[in-house]
Design a protein around this ligand. Structure first.
Ligand code: NAG
Ligand code: NAG
Ligand code: NAG
Ligand code: NAG
Ligand code: NAG
Ligand code: NAG
Length: 495
């Protein structure tokens, strides 16, 4: 019977009680029951092109993070850096007039999607405070923080839901099954599948595309996890991120340590533990919807928390964009001397070049690295981040760049142009979390454009020059000392 197959396909089958297979006799599936009524499928959604106004995501439903002491307009979730749930960032990167919708008259022909997983539990072993709390006596009468029982690493239920909401169409352009790529880490695979389930529909997704799982482990080449094949991305240079963040944490949480210590006996609080309490607020909220750790902190302390995250991301980055050029120019890659894997990226089965949609599931840190590789200069406009204060004009905000379920989308489109012989030209632009990114840092695209568009040919030329000037072997394996922060703005060492 169908039911046996069905059972095997259920991801949670292992957790079901043994009586499930016996009882399933009583619960025939839809095909057996019949009477499905009319089932016409409509056209694929393409709201990004047809809706009168672009869909934007501004709330965090069903998550709650309130605090009696906050002003009504203050939402702590907007200060959680890479632990923030994603929201449409509008003009955050400097193009307030650009809508995520394709400009009127243009036709979307291709989408390049880089997708971060949705909300997750803490990475293993990182939150020492949570473990310590078991030995502490908490004597705050109104809101005793509980010992949190969060899982580790994998996607929380809210994270899975987030990925359903993203836009997708262009399916009619496929002549063969799409290849969508993910790293092998379980939360990546899960996210990629949830994304596909939302995209193709629950029934169809398992057979609607090829899932390419690329090994994520030290020593393996993987453009979605470039640091595994880049020694210098893991040494002192990478540590700079946490040094700077920790130094800043000492400053912004000094007062909080004193204030919170009075409620806790048995553990001597430090700024590190207190910043881990802030992490717990974020993790608990995205996991169970609410956290009692949140309202322990003031608005200023949340701004400080965000900034620690910004420092960490700013000072721990690296390059890697060759696959994009291959896809845009439909030219197979032949040289595999960076983070590419010749076995996978060197043939048109596992690395096809003719897809209307590309989907790569990756990490927050890789999205931040891509921003460097593509020289998204509006994000670095406020200059290298100072370690001792938050700049007033801060342009590098991690919650805009790499929140949970962050997505960078390259939209390729054909737009009418009166003085072109064919009457139209191909353009590309990049949206990060629905905000158009000005391409001012890419040669031949510098001319400002309110929609963030650049002629596709110019973009390709500019990126080819950018790639040519990056010396991957030296940057990753060369003997480089930790540079001054001023020399890191474009992701390379100035020798
Ligand atoms: C390249 O990918 C193949 C297939 O996953 C794998 O067997 C091989 O170890 C990878 N090589 C490197 C250097 O990552
Ligand atoms: C930050 O802290 C590290 C040690 O954790 C120290 O070596 C370094 O000098 C500090 N850097 C700044 C800029 O304060
Ligand atoms: C993996 O990367 C290294 C260093 O960049 C390169 O020498 C090697 O050929 C690559 N391996 C594959 C299978 O592409
Ligand atoms: C894939 O590559 C093979 C051999 O390199 C070639 O014969 C075939 O036409 C290619 N297929 C596509 C769809 O490009
Ligand atoms: C990045 O953009 C800045 C500002 O537009 C520019 O000065 C710089 O040359 C660009 N860097 C590269 C490597 O293209
Ligand atoms: C930083 O870059 C400047 C050139 O812009 C160079 O003169 C200086 O030596 C560099 N400093 C370090 C520590 O690399």
């Amino acid at each position: 019977m169908v039911s046996v197959l069905l059972l095997a396909a259920l991801p949670f089958a292992a957790a079901l009680p043994h009586s499930y297979s016996a009882s399933i006799f009583y619960f025939p599936d839809a095909a057996e029951v019949g009477f499905a009524g009319p089932t016409p499928t409509g056209a694929e959604p393409e709201a990004i092109q047809t809706a009168p106004a672009a869909p934007v995501k501004s709330d965090t439903y069903p998550l709650v993070a309130d605090g009696a002491a906050y002003s009504p307009s203050f939402n702590p979730m907007r200060y959680w850096g890479n632990l923030s749930p994603w929201f449409s960032v509008g003009g955050a990167f400097g193009l307030p007039e650009a809508s995520p919708q394709v400009p009127s008259g243009c036709e979307l022909t291709q989408a390049h999607i880089v997708q971060r997983h949705g909300a997750r539990y803490p990475t293993s072993g990182t939150n020492k405070f949570a473990a310590l709390l078991q030995n502490a006596v908490v004597n705050r009468p109104d809101s005793p923080p509980r010992v949190p029982s969060l899982g580790a690493e994998i996607l929380t239920p809210f994270g899975r839901k987030q990925l359903y909401d993203l836009y997708g169409h262009l399916l009619s352009g496929f002549t063969q099954l799409p290849v969508f790529r993910t790293t092998s880490e379980w939360r990546m695979v899960q996210s990629a599948r949830n994304w596909a389930a939302g995209f193709f529909g629950l029934e169809e997704y398992p057979t609607s595309y090829y899932e390419e799982i690329i090994i994520e482990e030290d020593g393996y080449n993987n453009t979605l996890v470039p640091w595994n094949d880049c020694a210098n991305a893991n040494g002192d240079l990478y540590e700079m991120g946490s040094w700077y963040a920790n130094n800043w944490t000492e400053i912004y949480l000094k007062g909080a340590v004193e204030r919170l210590q009075q409620y806790v006996d048995g553990v001597e609080l430090t700024t590190t533990y207190v910043s881990e309490m802030q992490d717990l607020c974020a993790y608990e909220t995205v996991s169970i919807g609410y956290s009692k750790f949140c309202d322990l902190f003031t608005e200023e302390e949340w701004k400080g928390y965000q900034y620690a995250n910004d420092l960490d991301f700013w000072y721990a980055d690296g390059p890697g964009t060759l696959p994009l050029l291959a896809r845009l120019t439909q030219t197979p890659m032949t040289l595999f001397d960076t983070t590419t894997n010749g076995t996978l990226d060197g043939n048109n089965i596992t690395f096809p070049l003719n897809q209307p949609i590309y989907m790569d599931a990756t990490h927050d840190t890789n999205i931040a690295s891509i921003a460097v590789a593509m020289n998204f200069t509006s994000m670095v406009a406020s200059g290298p981040l100072p370690v001792d204060h938050i700049p007033l004009d801060l342009s590098y905000n991690t919650q805009h760049i790499a929140p949970f379920a962050a997505h960078l989308v390259g939209q390729v489109m054909t737009c009418p142009v009166t003085d072109s012989p064919s009457g139209s030209e191909k353009y590309i632009r990049w949206l990060l979390n629905d905000g158009a990114v000005p391409l001012t840092g890419i040669k031949y695209c510098e001319e400002p454009n309110k929609d963030g568009l650049c002629l596709l040919g110019n973009f390709i030329k500019g990126m080819q020059e950018r790639v040519a000037e990056v010396d991957f072997q030296y940057d990753c394996f060369g003997d480089v000392s930790v540079p001054y922060p001023d020399n890191l703005t474009n992701g390379r060492y100035i020798r």
